[in-house]
Design a binder for this molecule. Structure first.
Ligand SMILES: [Zn+2]
Ligand SMILES: [Zn+2]
Length: 227
């Protein structure tokens, strides 16, 4: 959740419990944090895979975030919703159907945006294109009071193997060669800048830094402090 003072945004909303083990708790977690889904005005998606986006709607017709605008790249929106895609990626049918169920109830509230480095989608949230996992996959850099962090989306799904061997191709990437380039570029940037990162498929606590380790990289979780 990102509170810019003007926007109350979420980056991803998870998926329902049927998607994979551990999903389906975003709405409960949101309420436990003291917010109502009606307060969320922007849902920023790095891409439109089920475990990131299907929580937009539990039934494909009702908006779980009734007042939210959904921000995603035009490239990803087209890829997953264009009828012409069905015949071109027959193996992607479950993902195509899921993307339509997620975005459908939002109609004109979906804001497809250009895929461009540095595009500020809401104040302080800047796009960094990272295609390959999906054609329109992007990361987002959050900046506030001279501090930054990167929400990297699905740059990696397995934090030991994929960081140690960043050039290994990944079966879940739509274009795995381009995915490798985006992964190496992102990991290199994080290690060089010492930037805090957060990912979706990242072990507890989900926040950390990336350092160089031989020919690859290593994830260093950031210890959580409880006030
Ligand atoms: Zn994904
Ligand atoms: Zn994912």
């Amino acid at each position: 959740m990102v509170n810019t003072g003007r926007n109350l945004a979420m980056i991803h909303c998870g998926g329902p419990s049927s998607v994979m083990a551990g999903t389906g708790r975003a709405l409960d977690a949101l309420r436990a944090a003291g917010y109502a889904p009606e307060q969320v005005d922007t849902m920023v998606l790095t891409h439109i895979h089920p475990e990131h986006a299907l929580g937009l709607s539990h039934d494909g017709t009702t908006r779980n975030f009734p007042n939210a605008e959904v921000v995603l790249t035009r490239t990803d929106h087209q890829f997953w919703t264009d009828p012409a895609m069905e015949s071109r990626v027959p193996q992607g049918q479950p993902f195509i159907q899921a993307a339509r169920r997620a975005a459908g109830p939002y109609g004109g509230r979906v804001r497809p945006v250009e895929m461009r480095e540095g595009l500020e989608v809401i104040p302080g949230v800047f796009m960094s294109p990272a295609p390959g996992h999906t054609p329109g996959h992007v990361s987002y850099r959050l900046t506030s009071q001279n501090q930054s962090m990167l929400i990297w989306g699905d740059i990696a799904h397995q934090m030991v193997i994929q960081l140690a061997r960043p050039r290994w191709r990944v079966g879940v990437d739509v274009d795995s060669a381009t995915g490798v380039e985006s992964r190496v570029r992102t990991l290199t940037m994080l290690a060089e800048e010492g930037l805090l990162m957060d990912g979706v498929h990242v072990p507890w606590p989900g926040f950390g830094r990336v350092i160089r380790d031989g020919e690859g990289f290593l994830y260093v979780p950031r210890p959580l402090r409880f006030a």
